[in-house]
Design a protein around this ligand. Sequence first.
Ligand code: NAD
Length: 543
Amino acid sequence: MNNAVFRFAVPRNEETLSYAPGSVERIEIKAELDRQSSQKVEIPAIIGGREVRTGRLGKVVMPHDHGHVLANYHKSGQQEVAMAIESALKAKAEWSKFSWVDRASVMLKAAELISKKYRHIVNAATMLGQSKNAYQAEIDAACESADFLRFGAYAASYIYEWQPSSGGDCVNRVEYRPLEGFVFVVSPFNFTATALNLVASVVLMGNAVVWKPATTSLLSNYYLMKVFREAGVPDGVINFLPGKGSEISEVVLKHPNFAGLHFTGSTDTFTGLWGKIGQNLASYRNYPRIVGETGGKDFVLAHPSADVEELVTALVRGAFEYQGQKCSAASRAYVPQSLWGRVRELLVEWTEGLSMGDVRDFGNFVNAVIDESSFDKIMGYIERAKSSADAEILAGGFGDKSKGYFVRPTVIEVKDPHFVTMEEEIFGPVLSVYVYEDSAYEDVLRLCDETSPYALTGAVFAKDRDAIAKAYDTLRYAAGNFYINDKPTGAVVGQQPFGGARASGTNDKAGTHFNLMRWVSPRTIKENLLPPSHWSYPFLQSD
Ligand code: NAD
């Protein structure tokens, strides 16, 4: 047994490849896209290392070509969930005894696999299955995944190295126990790296998980499962259960050994799960840890001193990259009257110029939204804007779901700052803009703070330092990730720890030691070197 005290150094972020014409990565990813497009994968449940085929099948399709089936998956039911819990509890007993450096080394091997051998595989699966262009897949599936794994090992060092002080007469230690029981991981469709990290952070700290991936991201998530296994995660530590969330959680959340929920997804789903946990609380052995990163209604607020080109670049990229399906996507903007003429002109011109289509055509900036229900929901908001006197569509405003779920990037100017598209999460390529009188800057800061229940990301654009300071103060609780002169998307692991509060989640900052702390239950051990040998204290003696 190696007994050295070890600390991982600060890693470097994974380099982002450009996919420019003529680059090696462009040639290689195109070949992988062809390969994955021409096959149909069968995705089983994976329980205790065993592939389980239930025969109850569902389909994974390309959102930009929904007639094209990429995979068939086997839906898990109550029996598979019970098996997965049992196998997690069994595997955890051994995994939790590995030294944390060994567990971290497994995760670092997974990072290397993603960075090299699996790079094009996970990127192509994310492109085809989740409709991301090459660049969006690269920054997510390859780079952010590798970063989460490497920064996880570094962040774990922080936790394990902290120890209490010991006086002369005793030795004090803190042991970082994994949670007692198993952890339930529920992941969203929109980021492959988020799914990976929801699992990896919990497992790194010595826990075993029951993982319910989102159906629409099953293809990339299935490859992540292969990466974990090849990296050396023992059988049963990660149990992969495709299927219907409500059916799976029904069984999981009733189990007495349910020890924690690591969730990313919509606010409604998280609130529902928390409610169920509350109902079952008395039956658990431990109070479960509940960590959830949820929705957003992220803002860009411009001061009259803002630079117009910088502002509009942030709006276009922030609102429309990955079709606005980022929890951090810019979806409401506040623009001063004095800038509006030039901002409007450029915003409409650039938005109308965005190319849209299949991910395999690298000329497309925008691809399809994830599925039909998402398409219908987004179009519903656009229709409401069209029929309201409080809103005017300036760009886009239409969609077509005949071949793929395509929604044109849409800009809405609202007269009422509380119009529905300024308040609710749409999760699509829709940006609403409210134009304010220049003299009302401070009122607009308060308006922005009070408009939506969410508090995930937000940005202020200004050259005037006093205006930045005022925004910084008034919007203190309006965003967990606050940007000055930058778009509100694109947080980098290790640089901008991510997460928000209010209706946006528990703000445990994915990829940091704050998050990892939630997956351990410290035990304090005091050893008395010279125990007292009589009960009486000196003060009790008479003068
Ligand atoms: P979703 O809530 O529809 O689904 C998330 C996951 O929950 C999926 O795996 C789904 O199958 C599962 N699920 C649904 N109902 C369930 C139930 N009753 N029991 C158990 N599991 C259930 O969200 P989505 O559409 O996959 O993702 C989009 C949402 O995620 C947006 O609201 C977005 O803002 C949010 N998101 C937040 C962050 C963040 O860091 N704050 C990051 C990514 C996505």
